[in-house]
Design a protein around this ligand. Structure first.
Ligand SMILES: [Fe+2]
Ligand SMILES: [Fe+2]
Length: 182
């Protein structure tokens, strides 16, 4: 294990510099502006996922729709929770959450989807979850040890997206539907 490097006097002195930055100290190891920009893409992704799941929740119909709609609603609420956590972190990093609806869908990693077919909705949601999983994995690796708080937040969200993808796969398989579109 390497020595703990910074002496007490230096730590105390540095803490008094740039106090207007709040939790951001000299030790912050990431490119703060870039992290805020990436978190705004995550925020857009989560909000588009909220809207897509809500659409699917309200549009779900047919004999198998009950449990599927319940799953859509649960996912919508969890994506909203993710959006709230990410927006709060952006503000902690002294940034501004971008909630501009005009540019939401272009900034989002995952896509909105209009299908009226229940199985197609589940497949589109699975695609969106897999997009989020891949991009959040990349963000975790990119942040590495430079911003452990943001990385841990993304890791926690990532684990829920993996649960979502697994839920959707189980729904398709349980309904005897092909997973990959024809
Ligand atoms: Fe999410
Ligand atoms: Fe999700």
């Amino acid at each position: 294990m390497a020595d703990f490097l910074t002496d007490v006097a230096t730590l105390r002195k540095q803490a008094r510099l740039h106090m207007d930055q709040g939790p951001i100290t000299e030790a912050y190891g990431a490119d703060r502006e870039r992290v805020i920009a990436v978190l705004n893409e995550v925020l857009a992704t989560e909000l588009v996922c909220v809207l897509r799941y809500k659409r699917h929740y309200y549009m779900a119909h047919g004999i198998n729709s009950g449990p599927v709609a319940a799953e859509f609603l649960q996912h919508a609420n969890e994506e909203q929770g993710h959006a709230d956590i990410v927006a709060a972190r952006i503000v902690q990093l002294q940034g501004e959450p971008d909630l501009n609806p005009d540019t939401l869908s272009t900034r989002s990693h995952a896509e909105y989807a209009h299908s009226t077919d229940l199985m197609e909705m589940i497949r589109e949601d699975l695609v969106a979850e897999r997009v989020a999983i891949a991009s959040y994995q990349e963000i975790v690796r990119w942040l590495s040890t430079s911003d452990p708080t943001t990385r841990r937040m993304i890791e926690d969200i990532l684990s829920v997206e993996e649960e979502h993808a697994d839920d959707l796969l189980n729904l398709l398989q349980g309904l005897g539907e092909p997973v990959n579109p024809a």
